[in-house]
Write a protein that binds this ligand. Structure first.
Ligand code: GAP
Length: 548
């Protein structure tokens, strides 16, 4: 078994992603832009296949007449595509304007900025000098980073490192300050040479701001790039109800870009400033909402497994009561053990949240806050709502039971980039295969699920003569209308297999001398390496069957 959690493995995945055109740094020729990534020819196909699989499995292919396993009843699914810039009041009522922030901390010496909750540190002492050494490194790199920082601070040579006395293990700086076991005055910042250079933590709203219109200037023109796609769905709830025949329970899905001005984007595409989300807002009767929450949690968990993520690297984590958002009745995260994390650590792929009636009520009544166990409109010093809602009636009338209610919402909210990264990491394998002479050759292979693979099949004439290219081109043209495939005649067949393995292509079809005699080709399976002869005329149906 390969060691899955290690930074060098992650480095090799990043290198493959760049070398084979999966992911590039945005604006790379100008030095790149931190937190922004572009998808290259293979990457765009992988991410599109992932989003298409999600849309198909959750929306377009959903059987609204059946009661699916675990679902309390049949339900309908529909979709939306909303704008990225919305009325600023949307974000005031949703709570993002007041509450969507992280705590940041600046270093007066290095001029660098850190997310407060990302700093970890520990006490180090040497010959009567004591300092709380911090680092912004994560995972397995954090502890060695503090050793290196302390060694430099005390001016020690490598062989003197053992002379450092450590006061306990690594802990969060935020928690150490809150507990009074460290002070900012004693703290050596991650890039500072002397303690005391870190500023008091400050709030930093993560929404990107922009201005609307040519004469933009005053506060009225201030607008925000959406930090989630969800709000577009809530504010269109009434439009969807009034224009389609959906009945509760039903879900509205949306896939699209979101923007967050993350203080410290990191770990390749994992935490980016521009990313895509795949979100569902599922509207149901309050009494049924707990059952729907469980259904969606389990359904989304199974989706990742069905597409091939290794079960042992996935975790379903129910939030503890004190972790829940102020409006949430229950939330679970689907998490993946990314290779850049320390052993035992997981990163979030998707959150499934029971949001009650918080969102629809917020957009009706105004920004809500929790009070005495319930939700009330937050008021300002003048007693008026702090952020006024739309005043529109977003309740639902059930014409069969004659009940009117504000539906409760279950929200499965997934990140398309994070899922793409998880599938890429999970698919990455290094193994040995026999070359054309039967000698072992090391190979890098992406064992992607065929639905996700950017290219489904490669058609390779064994040599560029004797009529083989003509047969191969005919086969390519027969297959192309049905699936993404490539024709490749350049280089030895071994090198061509290796190229396709790195791209994650599940099947290679090789046209050889025998093909001309009996109209068969060899079908090579990327994972098992089994090669079988199949009739050319059956290839299209065979691969279509395998794909479905
Ligand atoms: N509407 C709920 C919502 O947005 P979230 O947990 O903040 O919830 C949902 O985001 C998903 O979006 C996350 O599970 C993650 O996959 C993705 N995501 C969030 N922030 C991200 C970032 N900075 N970079 C990449 N993906 C991100």
């Amino acid at each position: 078994m390969q060691n899955q959690n290690d930074q060098s493995r992650m480095d090799r995945i990043v290198s493959l992603a760049k070398r084979r055109g999966f992911v590039f740094q945005s604006s790379e020729i100008y030095g790149g832009l931190n937190g922004f990534w572009d998808y290259g020819p293979l990457g765009v196909a992988l991410k599109r296949n992932l989003k298409d699989a999600w849309w198909h499995d959750m929306v377009a292919g959903h059987d609204e007449l059946a009661t699916l396993t675990g679902a309390p009843s049949p339900y309908e699914m529909t979709g939306l595509d909303c704008t990225i810039i919305m009325h600023p009041q949307v974000w005031k009522c949703s709570g993002h304007f007041d509450l969507f922030h992280d705590w940041m901390i600046d270093c007066r010496e290095s001029k660098r900025r850190y997310r407060y909750d990302h700093l970890h540190g520990r006490w180090a002492a040497h010959r009567g000098k004591k300092v709380f050494v911090t680092t912004d490194a994560s995972g397995d790199e954090a502890a060695p980073a503090t050793v290196a920082r302390a060694q430099k601070f005390f001016g020690l040579r490598a062989k003197q490192v053992d002379e450092i006395e450590w006061g306990g293990g690594l802990e969060s700086l935020q928690q150490a300050i809150a507990a009074g076991s460290a002070t900012l005055a004693d703290t050596l910042g991650p890039d500072a040479t002397a303690p005391g250079s870190l500023t008091e933590p400050r709030e930093f709203n993560l929404m990107f701001e922009t201005r609307i219109g040519a004469l933009a200037g005053d506060d009225e023109d201030r607008a925000f790039l959406r930090p989630e796609t969800a709000q577009g769905i809530f504010v269109n709830f009434k439009n969807v109800l009034d224009t389609s025949r959906v009945r509760v329970p039903f879900g509205i899905a949306q896939v699209g870009k979101s923007f967050r001005n993350e203080i410290t984007p990191r770990n390749f595409t994992f935490r980016s400033r521009e990313f895509e989300q795949m979100e569902i807002e599922f509207f149901c009767k309050p009494a049924d909402s707990a059952a729907w929450y469980r259904y969606w949690r389990d359904r989304r968990w199974k989706w990742y497994l069905d597409l091939g993520l290794t079960a042992g690297r996935l975790q379903l984590r129910e939030h503890a009561a004190d972790e829940l958002s102020h409006y949430s009745v229950g939330t679970a995260d689907i998490e993946y053990a990314f290779p850049f994390l320390a052993a035992g650590e997981f990163g979030e792929l998707e959150g499934i949240a029971h949001r009650g009636d918080f969102d629809l009520r917020s957009h009706m009544e105004g920004k809500l806050v929790r009070q005495d166990g319930g939700l009330v409109v937050e008021t300002g010093p003048d007693g008026k709502p702090r952020h006024k809602g739309s005043g529109k009636d977003l309740s639902y009338f059930d014409d069969i039971t004659r009940e009117r209610f504000v539906p409760h919402v279950i929200e499965p909210s997934a990140g398309a980039d994070r899922a793409t990264l998880a599938f890429l990491c999970d698919a990455y394998h290094e193994d040995e295969v026999p070359d054309e002479d039967g000698k072992p050759r090391s190979r890098t292979v992406l064992k992607l699920h065929p639905r996700l693979a950017p290219v489904k099949a490669a058609i390779l004439p064994l040599v560029k003569k004797d009529g083989m290219p003509e047969v191969a081109i005919d086969l390519y043209r027969a297959l192309k209308p049905h699936m993404a495939c490539q024709y490749d005649e350049k280089g030895s067949v071994g090198r061509r297999y290796a190229r396709q393995d790195e791209a994650g292509t599940p099947w290679c079809l090789t046209v050889d001398g025998q093909s001309l005699a009996d109209r068969t080709v060899t079908l090579r399976d990327r994972d098992s390496l089994v090669q079988q002869r199949v009739a050319i005329d059956e290839v299209v149906d065979l691969l279509r069957d395998k794909l479905s």
